[in-house]
Each structure stands twice: as structure tokens, then as C-alpha cells.
Design a protein around this ligand. Structure first.
Ligand code: PNS
Length: 161
């Protein structure tokens, strides 16, 4: 089984920024569970099943990456899969306050699960799923920020093809 980490997020949809963190986590941990969770402050575009399917397809080349969706608390998912760490990407200072709240609450819920932050690759530090959706909605170019498969899925969602 080895060392297990969870990469949690909304992934609505997955971007190259997420994929970069998943790839880097997969080099450090024996198994990485990418967990699609509900962020109650965000409206979803893709269903959890659609998000999982997109992540599965774009992370196919990492044999130690498993993709799941979970309807509940992140910490409960971590306990269920026996994870010792949560891995999150940090893009900019603006992410910090929210991430600190998330980490502090998760630590209160289970202090034996450590949260680890990775600085996002500079090429992706400006990307967010929300911005990608907005650009895609109006037919803007998103090929540099999401995999081709995700680009196609976004075009279908917005009836652009
Ligand atoms: O990609 P996001 O939206 O920044 O990810 C946030 C997410 C989904 C990881 C967070 O909202 C979450 O953990 N949701 C599951 C419910 C939960 O555990 N909430 C309490 C965390 S303090």
C-alpha cells in the first residue's frame, strides 16, 4: 500500500495547473487519490461523474493515480482510503487565507493527516477553473491551459460545436 496522499478539489473542470500538482504528488507518494469533492460556495458546470471521467482520461499515464468522487468531508475520504497527507497547489498570496482555513479545520478534525502545499508551476499560476469556464463560454482560446479532451468537453457544454 505504501504512502498515500489525496489531491482534493472541485476540478470543474481539471486544468493543466491541477495536472501539474497531481503529477508532482505522484512522484512523491506511492498512491495518489484525486478526490472530486463539493465546494459549497461554487456552482458546478460538470457533474461529479463527468469531472471524474475527464480526470481519469487525462491522468491515465500515471499508474499510481486513482480518481474518485466523494459526497462528504475531505477528512472522511482521507480516513477511508488511509491517506497520511492532503496535497494542494498554491498559486498566489490570494489563495493563502482560504487555504489556511481549510488546513486549520481539517487539522482540527484529524490532526494526524498533514496538509502539504506545492507552489504551482509559474506557467499555470494564473489559471483557475472559473476563469477557464468564462473564457470557454465566449469561445476564447483555452488550449494552453486545459488538455484537448477538456477543451472539447467545455465546447460541448457551451454548445460551441
Ligand atoms: O478546488 P477547490 O474548490 O478549491 O476545492 C475545495 C474543496 C473541494 C477541497 C473543499 O471545499 C472541500 O474539502 N470540500 C469537501 C467538504 C469539506 O471537507 N469541507 C470542510 C473543509 S474545511
Amino acid at each position: 500500500m505504501g504512502r498515500i496522499a489525496v489531491c482534493p478539489g472541485s476540478f470543474d473542470p481539471i486544468t493543466y495547473g491541477h495536472l501539474d500538482i497531481i503529477e508532482r504528488a505522484s512522484k512523491i507518494f506511492d498512491t495518489v487519490y484525486v478526490s472530486v469533492l463539493k465546494n459549497s460556495s461554487k456552482e458546478g458546470l460538470f457533474t461529479p461523474e463527468e469531472r471524474v471521467e475527464l480526470i481519469r482520461q487525462v491522468s491515465e499515464r500515471y499508474p499510481n493515480v486513482e480518481v474518485r468522487s466523494f459526497n462528504g468531508l475531505l477528512i472522511d475520504f482521507c480516513e477511508e482510503v488511509g491517506a497520511e497527507a492532503i496535497v494542494r497547489g498554491l498559486r498566489a498570496v490570494s489563495d493563502f487565507e482560504y487555504e489556511m482555513q481549510l488546513t486549520s479545520m481539517n487539522r482540527k478534525l484529524n490532526s494526524s493527516i498533514e496538509t502539504i502545499y506545492m507552489m504551482t508551476n509559474n506557467n499555470y499560476s494564473f489559471i483557475s477553473s472559473s476563469i477557464v469556464k468564462e473564457v470557454a463560454k465566449y469561445g476564447g482560446k483555452i488550449e494552453d491551459v486545459v488538455p484537448p479532451l477538456v477543451e472539447e468537453a467545455l465546447k460541448r457544454k457551451f454548445n460551441l460545436q
